[in-house]
Design a protein around this ligand. Structure first.
Ligand code: CP
Length: 310
């Protein structure tokens, strides 16, 4: 896979990326991390629009910091209440406006289904999905892969358990699609029945021959795992609030749960966390989640650099 293949490319779904392409991103991210100075101010003529129509700390912050490191100018729009979206302007028209401001790339976070794919179709510019409703979060999955590689030494052969909200969370589908390109991966999906992994994810994994199981009980799954990927129950995405009341607090990962796992088990979480991951885990060697979040910088610097031709 040549670097040129990324120039002006949309980043919408991890399904659109081969293993070879993902490996190129991970290898470049390692170089970004090891040789940050080589990349600094290499894109001073580029303008990056950060259009964040849903709250974000990590994705917004790490794209902003990455763009700053690369020397890009930033056009920031992260409060829909102060834009004409609040007057009823469509996503189509918003994207067309941003496009007309000499922008080179748009990073979009939006709660609506298919919004990033739609934006990529209506825009001449490359669009990077910074989190699209409950469907996908591809750059999160790329930094998740980077974290597994860095902490474990290999992605092939990983036994990973996703726990929590696998229906409305967007990180589980994106990482599952990405892992399907690697060898001998085994996935356990642990969730209450109404939050189990969506059918489309299962179909994709079956087509790719990935081994997976669906469980409701976490403790019994722990001994087999190399990585436990904890997710927040996405209260804001439930169509029926009574369903949320039924499943909130279903799983709490604390040291008593981790005692059932391997000594070298890594705990990941895309963050933010609420009550599903106890702060006592922060003080253990299992806690990978803060360095996972920090990996957003080399990985998103890589993505911007590849897409913008740095
Ligand atoms: N992991 C993640 O997407 O975090 P933010 O919502 O803070 O961007």
């Amino acid at each position: 896979m040549a670097v040129e293949g990324f120039l002006n490319r949309d980043v919408i779904s991890t399904k659109d990326f081969s293993r070879e392409e993902l490996d190129l991103i991970l290898n470049t991210a390692k170089d970004v991390e090891d040789n940050a100075g080589k990349y600094r101010n290499t894109l001073t003529d580029k303008r990056v629009a950060l259009l964040f129509l849903e709250p974000s700390t990590r994705t917004y912050g790490s794209f902003e910091a990455s763009a700053v490191n690369l020397g890009c100018k930033i056009l920031s729009n992260r409060n829909p209440a102060v834009t004409s979206i609040s007057k009823g302007e469509t996503l189509h028209d918003t994207i067309k406006m941003i496009e007309s401001y000499d922008t080179d790339c748009i990073v979009l976070r939006d709660r609506r289904l298919g919004s990033s794919r739609f934006a990529a179709e209506v825009s001449e510019l490359p669009v990077i999905n910074g989190g699209s409703g409950s469907r996908e979060h591809p750059t999160q999955a790329m930094l998740d892969l980077y974290t597994v590689l860095k902490e474990r030494g290999a992605i092939d052969g990983v036994k990973i358990g996703f726990v929590g909200d696998l229906r409305y969370g967007r990180t589980c589908p994106s990482l599952s699609y990405a892992l399907a390109g690697y060898d001998d991966v085994e996935i356990s999906f642990v969730a209450p029945p109404i939050l189990q992994v969506r059918r489309e994810v299962e179909i994709f994994l079956k087509q790719r021959g990935v081994t997976y199981t669906k469980l409701t009980e976490l403790r019994g799954a722990m001994a087999n795992l190399d990585v436990l990927y904890v997710t927040r129950i996405q209260k804001e995405r439930f169509p029926d609030p009574t369903d949320y009341e039924r499943v909130k607090g279903s799983y709490v990962v604390d040291n008593s749960v981790l005692a059932l796992g391997k000594k070298e088990l890594g705990v990941m979480h895309p963050l933010p966390r609420v009550d599903e991951l106890s702060p006592e885990v922060d003080r253990t060697n299992h806690a990978w989640y803060f360095s996972q979040a920090a990996n957003g910088i080399p990985v998103r610097t890589t993505i911007l650099s590849l897409v913008l031709g740095g």
